[in-house]
Design a protein around this ligand. Sequence first.
Ligand code: SF4
Length: 339
Amino acid sequence: MSELKIADWWEAKENGKILCTLCPRYCTIGEGQKGFCYIRENIDGKLYSMGYGRPTGFAIDPIEKKPLSHFYPGSDILSFGTAGCNLGCKFCQNWSISKAKLDDINSLEATPEDVIGVAKKYGVNSIAYTYNDPTIFGEYVIDISRLGRQEGIKSVMVTAGYIDKNARKDVYKYIDAANVDLKAFSETFYHKLTFSHLNDVLDTLVWLKNETDIWFEITTLLIPDENDSDEEIQKMCNWILQNLSDQIPIHFTAFHPDFKMMNKTRTPASTLKRARKIALSSGIKFCYIGNVNDTVEQTTYCPNCTEPLIIRDWHSVLDYKIKDSSCYKCGTVIPGVFN
Ligand code: SF4
């Protein structure tokens, strides 16, 4: 067993307690206790990052699965997470990992150098911190992404964006791209179904846009009767247009019954199409639907001449016609990071 990693972002309080300042939950953690995310532990008055160096396993995924549609489309990405999560989503689609405690799960041991070595072995040029929320293993993310930058390997956060303002400057220092879940556009939904808060996530999105060069896209998992009304989708699109940009790709993806939300039906494709229609008619230039087969609504079109440029089916790229980051036909620049 490798040496435990002392965490960043905490303050010692009275009676051996610790205030964790990594995410807006700000857990006060007593001696011998763990925070809400299960993997930050107070041992003898110091906070330890128990997920450091302990991924739950590695996979090579198409980057479209993250989902990212404008960041090296068609490439493969090394993906991993750890146990635990700082949100409590009742509809979690990955709960066997995110709700696991380290003791319940067969974690591997991998130093940052090992992770970069795995990426090189499989010939991928990027790594995704994903499956659970990488915020909670921020120290590990920093060390891998710093090394990755030296070695020409990009780093991608797949996150709910629920992170403290100061900590995110550190965690995202060497990050190249992110997919941020905007889980709904109502505080009631966030509070009741995720145990987190909408405004903190919006704040992270605005920060990414205004204060970093990180490429990011947004994903909303649409759940029947919870966050899929025309009104809520319209409000979300208006907010994105007013506070971010019309150039940020939005993904509407289908929910399947899981974890503590088994009483719902799977999201019908018609809901995803309806949401995409609202986004496009509001002025958002790139919108995709996910977790279904639909070539038409998963393809990237030139926003000027409407030519199909990246033709997809689910996570597969069937045709690629972007040239010098632009539409091959009319020359309009397509936002994103392309080969
Ligand atoms: S990172 Fe974990 S321990 Fe720290 S405040 Fe968030 S949930 Fe609590």
